[in-house]
Design a protein around this ligand. Structure first.
Ligand SMILES: NC(=O)c1ccc[n+]([C@@H]2O[C@H](COP(=O)([O-])OP(=O)(O)OC[C@H]3O[C@@H](n4cnc5c(N)ncnc54)[C@H](OP(=O)(O)O)[C@@H]3O)[C@@H](O)[C@H]2O)c1
Length: 235
């Protein structure tokens, strides 16, 4: 059995990753979201795969909810094989311009998109160390890449994903000796609430590429930044 935990599983890319992993009956998925009672699509998916999708509350800004989720998972399994830090926010562009951004807005995006994945990884590290070919995936963005050239705006989002990329590098170094692989990924420009309807990829296409990437990772890949199609992404 492959034991998988994902954050932000109630909609968008996260929900589609759960849907595709649920098609394989050797997977057990801990699908976490802020408000399970309001997660109708995820509840319906879990009802179609009874016993293989466990829905748990988890808000990445709330350490007590992260701890409670880790305890609930530890009650059910003795190891975790894949942690997908998918939850993220990208506030409206007009609030993230050079003129508009303030410290509170900047720090809140950093809290969700950069501190959140780190806190979740810390909470699940013990279970991951007991996993089979354990992997942590941090869902980042091409907008966090320094090598893609200069772009204006989105100060909070861009800096949070750049921070997440550095956190990935640090975690990869820290967890290497325990055999836990850590990578960061750009999921493509995807048709979700965040990506909008003009995006070039469907959630199905993005999740298919990402799952193929996750399933094929080896120790040589730890610390890497990858595109949704498995190609290396510039830092
Ligand atoms: N779509 C794109 O084109 C694109 C491109 C590059 C990177 N990404 C990244 O891909 C990931 C998924 O994006 P998406 O397009 O699927 O976005 P989305 O449709 O907006 O979904 C975002 C998910 O994150 C959850 N979330 C937000 N704040 C949270 C918190 N504090 N704690 C727990 N969950 C929280 C949301 O839950 P609620 O429903 O409770 O708000 C939702 O499940 C994000 O990290 C995003 O930055 C997306």
């Amino acid at each position: 059995m492959t034991r998988i935990l994902i954050t932000g599983a109630n909609r968008g890319i996260g929900l589609e990753i759960v849907r595709q992993y649920a098609n394989l009956d050797t997977n057990h998925i801990f699908a976490t979201c802020r408000q399970p009672d309001a997660a109708a699509d995820l509840q319906a998916l879990a009802a179609d795969h009874v016993g293989r999708i466990t829905i748990l509350p988890l808000d990445v800004t709330d350490p007590s909810s992260i701890g409670a989720a880790a305890a609930a998972v530890a009650d059910q399994v003795d190891g975790l094989d894949l942690l997908i830090n998918n939850a993220g926010i990208n506030p409206p562009g007009e609030t993230q311009t050079f003129d508009a951004i303030d410290a509170d807005q900047l720090l809140f995006v950093l809290q969700v998109n950069a501190a959140g994945p780190l806190l979740v990884a810390q909470a699940f590290a013990e279970l991951l160390r007991a996993g089979v070919r354990p992997v942590i995936v941090n869902v980042s963005s091409q907008m966090g890449s320094l090598q893609r050239g200069m772009s204006s705006g989105y100060y909070g989002y861009r800096s949070s994903k750049a921070a997440l990329n550095m956190i990935t590098r640090c975690m990869a170094a820290d967890l290497r000796s325990a055999g836990v692989l850590v990578v960061t990924v750009h999921p493509g420009w995807v048709q979700t609430d965040m990506g909008g309807s003009n995006a070039t990829l469907t959630p199905v296409e993005s999740a298919q590429g990402l799952i193929a990437l996750f399933d094929g990772l080896t120790t040589a890949d730890t610390g890497g930044f990858f595109n949704w199609d498995g190609s290396p992404h510039p830092w």
